[in-house]
Design a protein around this ligand. Structure first.
Ligand SMILES: [Fe+2]
Length: 230
């Protein structure tokens, strides 16, 4: 029999409780339908979305925000040139467990530059600084729940497989800190932060990169599912 997920409500979370009760009612109704159709395969619409797992913010969330804080990380206003690295067009939808778009939600990303160094006063890496790379940016979701960035393909640095850090903040101030990884990256299996996740959670933070329509940049989608309380 197919396993069904019923969300567990947070303490004192009335809307979560109502959602969980509704899901249980649907499950009961489906079970009864199944009983009357003995031997016939039956389907139910279950809560099958895996909440995007929480991951450490690490030590390099900006301690000083750049003057240019938009969603284009490969150009820094007032500076010439374009960031080193492979351009990545990154987007996705922020949604709740039922798939409903979360609008007006702030998505922040930060990552190291193409040489493996963060824009952070405490990153003591000997790798060069890239003055054309913004290092951090933000995008606010519209009615469709979509966020968009132009950034660079993440690279490894000592001890870590390529990743991009995310901080998502809803209008109700619910927050999720997580990290996004690249599908097929050989370093993933040796990365302690990534491997600390269960298999279904790992699948939820892996992103496949394809060629963008222009044939030059890379493109990837990272959909983010916020759990109860979003
Ligand atoms: Fe990091």
């Amino acid at each position: 029999m197919k396993r069904l997920r019923v969300p567990t409500p947070g303490i004192g979370d009335a809307s979560g409780l109502a959602a969980a009760r509704a899901a249980r009612r649907r499950l009961l109704a489906a079970s009864l339908a199944g009983a009357t159709l003995a031997g016939v395969p039956w389907r139910v619409e279950a809560q099958s979305r895996v909440p995007t797992p929480r991951q450490t913010a690490g030590p390099f969330y900006p301690d000083e925000f750049p003057a240019d804080g938009d969603n284009d990380l490969v150009v820094v206003k007032g500076r010439s040139g374009i960031a080193k690295g492979e351009i990545l067009l990154l987007g996705g939808k922020v949604m709740d467990l039922s798939g409903r778009s979360l609008t007006d939600t702030k998505v922040e990303i930060w990552q190291c530059n193409a040489f493996g160094r963060y824009h952070h006063s405490r990153d003591s890496s000997p790798a060069p600084i890239d003055p054309a790379f913004q290092g951090w940016g933000q995008s606010v979701t519209g009615d469709d729940g979509e966020y968009r960035f132009r950034t660079i393909k993440p690279v490894p640095y000592p001890g870590r497989t390529p990743h991009i850090h995310f901080l998502v903040t809803t209008p109700k101030r619910a927050q999720l800190v997580t990290q996004m990884y690249l599908l097929g990256e050989p370093g993933n299996a040796r990365d302690d932060v990534f491997m600390s996740l269960e298999a279904s959670q790992r699948a939820a933070v892996l992103v496949r990169l394809d060629k963008a329509p222009d044939g030059k940049a890379l493109a990837g989608r990272f959909d983010i599912v916020l759990g109860v309380g979003a």
